[in-house]
Design a protein around this ligand. Structure first.
Ligand code: FAD
Length: 264
């Protein structure tokens, strides 16, 4: 396996265009290589490209690690970062790699979906920013073209006043989510709820959002209805990690708890 070590984005893009597989922290990619699932002829390491690790205001470079998000990210994104693997994984794993893998269980995705973030992609032909909902196209599938690199996550100009992340799994640490979620609540009551591990891609729960956004001071029955709608709207499957029924139930309970946290 040949490894390129470019120091500029242009060099990296040339390598990707020639067929090299992007390598960020390697915490997903090297697992695939070690298990023999993929055998790339050449990979292009992105670590030496300074601009990919920069964080300017609402533009977060793809090579920013979970450790950095944990320490300086917006609250719910930092909460999500704190649950990614172990300290070793968080020091190596990047937000760009999480997007590159596009696992339905990726812990970074619900925050991006909840705040309507964009994903910046660059090729030698130019730059485009896709809405998160256009970026994710299926289980481990994205709209990224082979000659493109993910260069950044672009947050909206203003984040909602309150936001919270939560994750349900078989244990508290080092666990792939059975369900993960972010709920946001703004001053005017506008609420968003985004989920991972309950559909092929991260999803929002628009009916639940609309109902609870119209409640300036949600009562017990409004919270129960929000929970019910979330459980109805998610689209989980039964697999080796959990059942459809449990995931529906857990998504509703988790969303309600996160909303209650935002309302405190
Ligand atoms: C023990 C362990 C525990 C884990 N726990 C969690 C967890 O709790 N939550 C979670 O969400 N994930 C978890 N992961 C998965 C992984 O750590 C994350 O998805 C991480 O963010 C991947 O980032 P990376 O930089 O290591 O990506 P890499 O492994 O380098 O790359 C992943 C994929 O993205 C592509 N890629 C990388 N960067 C770019 C780019 N800039 N442009 C285009 N394509 C790119 C690569 O080609 C590859 O296909 C865990 C992994 C391990 C091994």
């Amino acid at each position: 396996m040949k490894v390129h070590h470019p120091t500029t984005l242009d060099e990296a893009l040339a390598a990707v265009e020639a067929g090299a597989v992007p390598l960020a922290g390697g915490t997903d990619l090297m697992v695939e290589v070690n298990f023999g699932h993929i055998r790339p002829d050449h990979v292009v390491g992105l670590r030496r490209i300074g601009e990919l690790s920069s964080w300017e205001d609402r533009r977060i470079g793809a090579m920013v690690t979970w450790r950095t998000v944990e320490t300086k990210g917006p609250k719910a994104y930092a909460e999500a970062a704190r649950t990614v693997g172990s300290p070793q994984i968080r020091n190596a794993g990047t937000i760009g790699g999480n997007l590159g893998t596009a696992s339905p269980a990726g812990d970074g995705h619900p925050f991006l979906a909840a705040v309507d973030a964009g994903v910046e992609l660059v090729s030698r032909r130019g730059r485009r920013v896709l809405a998160w909902s256009d970026f994710f196209t299926g289980v481990k599938r994205t709209a990224r073209q082979p000659e493109e690199l993910i260069t950044a996550v672009v947050l909206p100009e203003r984040l909602p006043m309150r936001h919270a992340f939560g994750k349900v799994g078989v244990r508290n640490a080092m666990v792939i989510a059975t369900v993960c979620a972010v709920v946001t609540r703004d001053e005017d009551g506008a609420t968003t709820a985004a989920f991972g591990s309950v559909a092929p891609t991260p999803i929002r729960a628009p009916r639940a959002e609309e109902m609870i956004s119209a409640e300036p001071k949600p009562t017990e029955s409004a919270l129960a209805e929000f929970q019910r709608l979330v459980s109805e709207e998610v689209q989980p499957i039964t697999d080796h990690r959990s059942t459809e029924a449990y995931r529906r139930h857990a998504a509703g309970v988790l969303a309600r708890r996160l909303l209650e946290r935002c309302l405190r």
